[in-house]
Design a protein around this ligand. Structure first.
Ligand code: 13P
Length: 286
């Protein structure tokens, strides 16, 4: 089916104490892995790109592939721009058919962050596109964005409320103890903080940095109100692992073989994460 708005998916997921999995993709095979995996489980899904991916593959190319593959399946799929710091890139994404965007002004002073996010919200809402904002600072590495442990800052619930009110965003990314990338130790999620934020703001909450977070922790975060779960690194690792394994054979020079193996490895993780988010069969609701 044609691409859908992500907010409808996320809101309905929240109503059912589920979350929509949002997967960061990088190329044709990772898009296929996400869409095929979600379709096999009859689950809605969000396909996300970072600015780095757009630099690698091209906004129009990614949007064209996602739109064509989405038409071939009967599940709702949204196309989301993740962690974008540029107003202009967001305009380009929307022109190419993205159905939601995240404007990341977390590195800015509060008032500058609000100004940037408000401008994006005004423009995006005018054309029916939803906007995710972030308050607090999620640690770790995502593309060229690096927030070290000392600079990472948990979201303050009262600030979250003010930020949502000041900007008019549709969904809110919060820093509650996860970080982008895999963890060295076990992440400690601040469940109390999730509850406090959830009780103060009306918009659905987004869990970033879900790679390497134990399943039970993700489940608990979803039960407390996280309605979108972002996964990037946990798709990259099996992908490169499968490629490495294929290339142990020095004769192997067929991209269809080693990329095919990579696609299957990614699809496996996609399906496990969708199960974790509780949305198997949930496409029937849309
Ligand atoms: P991970 O790389 O930890 O999965 O984080 C993904 C993310 O939050 C994308 O915005």
């Amino acid at each position: 089916m044609p691409l859908v708005n992500s907010l409808e998916l996320i809101q309905k997921a929240r109503d059912h104490k589920k979350a929509i999995a949002a997967f960061n993709i990088h190329n044709l095979e990772t898009i296929q892995a996400v869409i095929e995996g979600a379709a096999e489980l009859n689950s809605p899904v969000i396909i996300a790109t970072t600015p780095g991916t757009l630099g690698h593959a091209g906004i129009e190319n990614i949007a064209a592939i996602v739109k064509v593959l989405a038409l071939q399946v009967n599940i709702p799929i949204a196309l989301h721009m993740d962690h974008c710091t540029s107003f202009d890139t967001i305009v380009e994404c929307i022109k190419s058919g993205y159905t939601s965007v995240m404007i990341d002004g977390a590195h800015l002073e509060y008032s500058e962050n609000v100004e940037l996010v408000k401008a994006v919200v005004r423009m995006a809402h005018a054309v029916g596109v939803q906007v995710e904002g972030e308050i607090g600072k999620i640690g770790g590495v995502e593309d060229d964005l690096f927030v070290n442990e000392a600079d990472a800052a948990f979201t303050v619930p009262a600030e979250a409320k003010k930020f949502v009110d000041d900007t008019g965003i549709d969904t809110l990314a919060v820093a509650i103890g996860t970080a982008h990338g895999m963890y060295k130790g076990e992440p400690k999620l601040d469940y109390k903080r999730i509850e406090e934020i959830k009780n103060l703001v009306e918009v659905p909450l987004v869990l970033h940095g879900a790679s390497g977070v134990p399943d039970e922790s993700v489940k608990k975060a979803i039960s407390l109100g996280m309605a979108k779960v972002n996964i990037a690194t946990e798709l990259k690792n099996p992908m490169v692992g499968a490629i490495r394994k294929s290339l142990l054979n020095p004769e192997q020079n067929d991209p269809r073989k080693y990329m095919g193996a990579a696609k299957e490895a990614v699809k496996e993780v996609v399906k496990n994460k969708i199960k974790l988010c509780g949305t198997v069969g949930f496409a029937a609701e849309f």
